[in-house]
Design a binder for this molecule. Structure first.
Ligand code: NAD
Length: 483
């Protein structure tokens, strides 16, 4: 780890403006997934720490929710500016603790800065409306009120953008927040949080805790002071938190897993499609909720597409994310590595074919080969479970209708993609795929200003765009009778 030249970093909690160790003195280890070296520790929050965080976030809400939107916006913009100044060092820290190539870390840091800037601006536009009254003496206004203190849980695959989304959407709307960034990437996320503090965000407006996720959520979600939950992560945990939020009548935004289908029709530019899909599939070692996974290719072009695809996969250089020629780093943790081994074994046992990769790479760290499988059994694990790793599945289809049926077969509906030059096919795919986001002839579907969220088991609510702001605001009707 290189932040400020230090090789081992202890990451503290941030509670009511104070950087502090956990009150029980417990710590979790932070390891570099490319070398398995210990690179520091992260403090564990226990019950008294969480109590202080909730008291702080509730107290701070009173003043922050009444702070003029322009002043909130200016504070957020200062945070983005400070973050940009520190982005190089923070990106490097993210690569060391999360594993992704440095070029990807830098891109993610830039996107995080754009997210903060965008919400800063959008916070100034939380307009209400006037609804004409039914009597001449009645005035009716709909005003937008911040929902209250928020508890947010951010995942380890995109530590910077996810924490940036959750903090800046909440703060821009006038909400305060207790955020739990990922324990797997505490340095880069706590440095991002520090930018908000250094920008002048008042004490208690942003609180940051780490620890045992289940202990933290089981305290925060039911707590009466917390009015909204925002979670990004797996479907099972999302369902658990959504039901807990439901029991306590809390607003919730749930951005969960996916198993994205990609439809490649006969008219597609096959070389361009293969290049774009390979680039998107192996980015962040496939640990992306919108990663293209089930690639459904029309029979007539399947062989040509497969050859192009495998050619591109051959160029994915695997290595330590700090090496300049690395295109794909290690998996983030041991759980993902064992999941990849299990999924590939299952493909082999159930009649599928491994066209490329399929093995752990023999070196320290959680490295796995960029993997391509063909025709796995429909009932097998890989065709039903989000791989969340570097495995692409190639499948043939005869009629577009069959591809649409396969695309919609799973309970997920986060992202989908299509490559086609046929207006008719594009129209049928657009109308036929059940998804929150659809990329046609490219895969760039995540920006600050665009909605980000899914349907079915992939969750509800949005982490991007206007729709994200709405999740932090409650419309309130004010109706006035004049004399
Ligand atoms: P996991 O299900 O244990 O955890 C997923 C995330 O939820 C982690 O960030 C974890 O810290 C958090 N979490 C777990 N239990 C929690 C609880 N009770 N309360 C609050 N937060 C809790 O899985 P994992 O091994 O960390 O990640 C792998 C799976 O998670 C993947 O298969 C993928 O489906 C999913 N995932 C999705 C996204 C996404 O962007 N939607 C991001 C990360 C992980």
């Amino acid at each position: 780890m290189t932040l400020n030249g230090e090789s081992q970093i202890d990451v503290n909690l941030l509670i009511d403006g104070q950087w502090t160790a956990g009150s029980d003195g417990l710590w979790l280890e932070n390891r570099n997934p490319a070398t398995l070296e210990n690179i520091g520790r992260v403090a564990v929050a226990s019950r008294p720490d969480l109590e202080r965080a909730v008291n702080a976030v509730a107290r701070a809400f009173k003043a922050w929710s009444r702070t003029p939107a322009l002043e909130r916006s200016n504070t957020l913009r200062r945070a983005a500016l400070i973050f940009r100044e520190r982005a190089d060092e923070i990106s490097r820290a993210m690569t060391v603790e999360q594993g992704k190539p440095l070029a990807e870390s830098r891109l993610e840091a830039e996107l995080a800065a754009q997210i903060i800037d965008w919400f800063a601006e959008e916070g100034r536009r939380t307009y209400g409306r006037i609804v004409p009254g039914r009597q001449p003496n009645i005035q009716q206004q709909v005003i937008q009120v911040p929902v209250g203190p928020v508890a947010s849980f951010a995942p380890w695959n995109f530590p910077l953008t996810q924490v940036a989304r959750k903090i800046s959407a909440a703060l821009a709307s006038g909400c305060t927040i207790v955020v739990k960034p990922p324990e797997e990437a505490p340095v880069c996320t706590s440095e991002l949080v520090r930018c908000f503090v250094d920008a002048g965000v008042p004490e208690g407006v942003v609180n940051m805790v780490f620890g045992v996720p289940g202990d933290i959520s089981s305290y925060l979600v039911p707590h009466p002071a917390i009015r909204k939950i925002s979670f990004t992560g797996s479907v099972p945990v999302g369902k658990h938190l959504a039901s807990l939020a439901g029991q306590h009548m809390k607003r919730a935004t749930m951005e969960l897993g996916g198993h994205a289908p990609v439809i490649v029709t006969p008219s597609a530019d096959l070389a361009a499609a293969a290049r774009a899909i390979v680039q998107a599939k192996y980015a962040n070692c496939g640990q992306v909720c919108i990663s293209p996974t089930r690639i459904l290719v029309a029979d007539s072009v399947y062989d040509r597409f497969t050859a192009e695809f495998l050619d591109n996969v051959g160029n994915v250089t695997v290595g330590d994310g700090l090496q300049p020629d690395t295109k794909m780093g290690p998996l983030n943790n041991e759980r993902r590595l064992s999941a990849m081994l299990r999924l590939v074994d299952d493909v082999r046992e159930t009649g599928g074919e491994v066209l490329a990769g399929g093995k752990r790479i023999d070196r320290p760290g959680y490295f796995f080969e960029p993997t391509v499988v063909a025709g796995p059994s429909l009932g097998g694990a890989l065709m039903n479970e989000e791989p969340f790793g570097p495995i692409a599945i190639l499948l043939r289809y005869a009629e577009l209708e069959d591809a649409l049926e396969e695309a919609n077969r799973l309970p997920f509906g986060l992202a989908a993609y299509a490559f086609s030059d046929s207006a008719n096919d594009i129209a049928r795919i657009t109308a036929g795929v059940q998804t929150g986001m659809l990329g046609i002839n490219h895969t760039a579907i995540s920006f600050a200003e665009t909605p980000f969220g899914g349907v079915k088991d992939s969750g509800y609510g949005s982490d991007g765009g206007l729709e994200a702001m709405r999740g932090y605001l409650q419309p309130e009707l004010v109706t006035i009778a004049t004399r």
